[in-house]
Design a protein around this ligand. Structure first.
Ligand code: AMP
Length: 274
């Protein structure tokens, strides 16, 4: 497994692989890898990637000033071991200075799908995500990239960016990997104590608790109460159409339920398709 910290060197390596007809997959992550991330690597292999490039970069540009950038968990050594075990062929571990020149001044903005949900609560978040993912796409030039449904809005925003800016990269979205309890795996779960972990299970129960045919407003009220009663602080509960992310009035098969809530100090998200 090759380890790169230089964007230019990784780009050169990827271009050479492409010249030799190798099919490249990119799996972008912020590290502190868990089984959710490893499932994305597995998906890349199942989709017949010859080279699987995992990027590990806690992207400062996608964090707000009052968010957890400084304390976001970093586990470089363990992450490399996990990538090796999962048979990634290259890992990209850039420093912030490698990714952002001190006078960096170009950003990518998606202007519709990133307005609501997490975009409304985290101003600038998707601008940071789109910018870093566009950079990774340009560095690696993958045939396809794998993202998790865990971040449903993010996957939709990236698909739109790829379409609107003609990246010509297939976006594969892999299902959410969960703990046995139902809690969606997340690097931020490392912030939770045992009691919080138990309470946080309500999010997965909530997203599974909506049926086609229901009125969305009533379902949202019910979920919000469920989450608040479990001792979390609901940030949002939304039921949206899968591609436009617009609110629906009555719930149909294929719609998506998305929730975000604070459990103690930790903001968690989850979602599920009806
Ligand atoms: P992150 O490191 O949190 O930025 O996540 C990197 C990628 O892993 C994103 O595409 C996430 O959607 C995906 N991911 C995170 N958690 C999970 C999970 N529990 N199941 C599947 N994919 C996940």
């Amino acid at each position: 497994m090759k380890i790169f910290t230089s964007a230019a060197k990784l780009q050169k390596w990827c271009r050479e692989k492409k010249r030799n007809g190798r099919r490249i997959a990119l799996v972008p992550t912020m590290g502190c890898l868990h089984e959710g991330h490893l499932s994305l690597i597995e998906t890349a292999r199942r989709k017949k990637a010859d080279e699987i490039v995992v990027s590990i970069f806690v992207n400062p540009v996608q964090f707000g000033p009052n968010e957890d950038y400084a304390k976001y968990p970093r586990e470089e050594k363990a992450d490399l071991a996990k990538c090796r075990k999962a048979r990634a062929t290259a890992v990209f571990l850039p420093s912030p200075a490698e990714m952002y020149a001190s006078d960096h001044s170009v950003y990518v903005n998606e202007e519709t799908l990133s307005k609501g949900l997490c975009g409304a609560r985290r101003p600038g978040h998707f601008r940071g995500v789109c910018t870093v993912v566009a950079k990774l796409f340009n560095i690696v030039g993958p045939d396809f990239a794998v993202f998790g449904q865990k971040d449903y809005q993010q996957a939709q925003v990236i698909k739109r960016m790829v379409r609107d800016l003609d990246f010509g990269i297939d976006i594969v979205v892999a299902p959410i990997v969960r703990e046995k309890s139902g809690l969606a795996k997340s690097s931020r779960n490392t912030y939770l104590d045992e009691g919080e972990k138990e309470r946080a299970v309500v999010l997965s129960r909530a997203v599974a608790g909506v049926k086609a045919g229901e009125k969305a407003a009533a379902a949202k009220r019910r979920l919000r109460k469920m989450i608040d009663d479990a001792g979390l602080e609901t940030d949002y509960v939304e039921i949206v159409s899968p591609d436009t992310l617009e609110d629906v009035k009555s719930v149909r098969k294929g719609d998506v339920v998305l929730v975000a809530a604070k459990c103690g100090k930790t903001r968690l998200i989850d979602n599920g398709k009806i």
